[in-house]
Design a protein around this ligand. Structure first.
Ligand SMILES: Cc1ncc(COP(=O)(O)O)c(C=O)c1O
Length: 483
């Protein structure tokens, strides 16, 4: 069959949207319902966010918020910034993107390549903190004359873009056969707009499925940080009032699938290897949710899952074996390539050290964590249960049902240091830990070797924190690693 005639565009802005559906033949094998991926990285800026960017700029011009010579400011994990950079520069504006400092470096580089200015700011601080990205971009928009904050989180033009483009495209491409639409929720623009349109046009027959990182608050998680970028909602434990974006109208979502990081990341890697689709981690979350849903469906159903961006921005993250191992998402025994390598060098593995750190963790108790605001006396009590008298200091005040995420570890504390400070009178039991908080323990993935854990320990650290699926599962004190 000849492919449809590719379109000819007079402007890059006309090339936004119009992305293909590709059937997930390998991952969907054996399922009665076909699963089609809407591959958004085939759009001009490489992500679904081009659609929202174009719609928001056109609406701001129409409403007189953006005038010639103006500046576009936005808080963005990267992709909306890329869309705004393309659209904004084409239409003659200065573009400033505020990027979360945990987003991948590649995204900032791409922004700069398109001519945007990048301002990095933290998001793992309470919302009330003036250094939070949310406040940083608002200040910039107030201070720069002629600046306009695109505000994808609360801008109705964001979901509108999907009511006008993504939804109709999917309806058209499937000839009205789509029964389930699956997408992740970041600002919520994609799922809200596309979901609303599909429900409306189908007379309510289309089921809308949200794909959420397991610990994200949208799907009912504990709000602790996770490793999939750009979707879900993390809540800092000290945040007083949490706010959800207005672009997300949660009544449009019928089912929320909570997807653990490992399932998202492994699915992202399978998409590349088995389907030839190199996508980002939020695509893995969405596909994992789509497969869960499709398993329950029949041949008359048709699932469309939206893949927001390409894996090229994450070659140093999800698509890197070293990164996967470093955060405890990959263990030697699960990795086919290294299994083959080990078989090829049987001798080395016989005389070598145990593969991975699991054997050393056997028998270690649960991770004992001290809150950053604890008192010296309180921390000492907590340390009673800590192996080797060392514990990570974390942001979480209460126990997290999903465990301590490596992302919220801010320091470490040791019993010896506290006892010494109390003995020499430099600290009182009721005082805050303050300067007694030492540097964060180095983290090692459970699949890393003992030699790597020793290297991480260096000359000074009292122990290492061992991670499984990005969560702390144990502390290996120095004594457990070196003689
Ligand atoms: C890679 C990626 N996935 C998913 C999303 C979420 O899309 P939305 O903001 O429309 O909910 C975004 C948004 O920036 C994104 O960049």
């Amino acid at each position: 069959m000849l492919p449809a005639k590719p379109p000819v565009h007079e402007s890059v802005l006309d090339a936004i949207g119009g992305t293909p559906l590709i059937r997930l033949a390998a991952l969907g094998a054996g399922l009665a319902a076909p699963v089609y991926a809407k591959v958004e990285f085939l759009g001009i800026g490489g992500s679904v966010k081009d659609r929202a960017a174009l719609a928001m700029v056109l609406a701001a011009e129409r409403d007189g918020l953006l005038r010639p010579g103006g500046t576009i400011v936005e808080a963005t994990s990267g992709n909306t910034g890329i869309g705004l950079a393309i659209v904004g520069r084409q239409r003659g504006y200065r573009v400033i993107a505020g990027v979360a400092d945990k987003a991948s470096a590649e995204k900032s580089d791409i922004l700069r390549a398109y001519g945007a200015e990048v301002v990095l700011a933290p998001t793992v601080v309470p919302m009330e903190d003036p250094s939070h990205l949310y406040h940083v971009v608002r200040r910039l928009a107030e201070e720069i004359p002629g600046a306009w904050l695109a505000d994808q989180y609360d801008n109705p033009a964001n979901p509108d873009a999907h009511i006008r483009t993504t939804g109709p495209e999917i309806w058209d491409q499937t000839g009205g056969r789509v029964t389930h639409f699956v997408a992740g929720v970041g600002t919520g623009g994609t799922i809200t707009g596309t979901g609303e349109y599909l429900k409306e046009v189908s007379g309510g027959a289309v089921t809308v499925v949200g794909a959420d990182p397991e610990s994200s608050i949208y799907g009912g998680g504990d709000g602790s940080p996770y490793f999939v970028e750009s979707i879900g909602h993390f809540v800092h434990p000290d945040t007083v009032e949490d706010r959800w974006p207005e672009s997300y109208r949660k009544e449009v979502v019928d089912v929320m699938e909570q997807i653990p990081d490992r399932e998202s990341l492994v699915t992202t890697r399978r998409l590349a290897r088995e389907e030839g689709i190199l996508a980002g981690p939020s695509s893995g979350t969405a596909v994992a949710a789509a497969l869960r849903v499709a398993r329950e469906l029949g041949p008359d159903d048709l699932v469309v899952v939206l893949l927001p961006d390409s894996g090229r921005s994450y070659l140093s993250k999800v698509h890197s074996d070293a990164w996967m191992r470093q955060w405890g998402f990959l263990e030697e025994s699960q990795d086919e390539a290294s299994q083959a390598r080990r078989q090829g060098r049987g001798q080395e593995s016989q005389e070598g050290e145990p593969q991975g750190l699991r054997p050393l963790l056997d028998g270690a108790g649960p991770v004992v964590a001290v809150h950053a605001d604890a008192t010296v006396g309180g921390a000492l009590e907590t340390l009673d249960g800590a192996p080797g008298g060392v514990a990570p200091v974390v942001l979480a005040r209460a126990a997290r049902p999903y465990g301590v995420s490596a992302i919220e570890v801010v320091g470490s504390v040791s019993r010896d240091a506290l006892v010494a400070a109390l003995a020499d009178g430099s600290a009182k039991p009721a005082a805050a830990l303050g300067a007694l908080v030492g540097p964060a323990l180095p983290t090692v993935g459970v699949g890393q070797s003992v030699a790597e854990a020793r290297a991480a320990l260096g000359a000074t650290h009292p122990g290492v924190l061992v991670l499984v699926d990005g969560r702390a599962v144990g502390v290996l004190p120095r004594t457990a690693l070196v003689g």
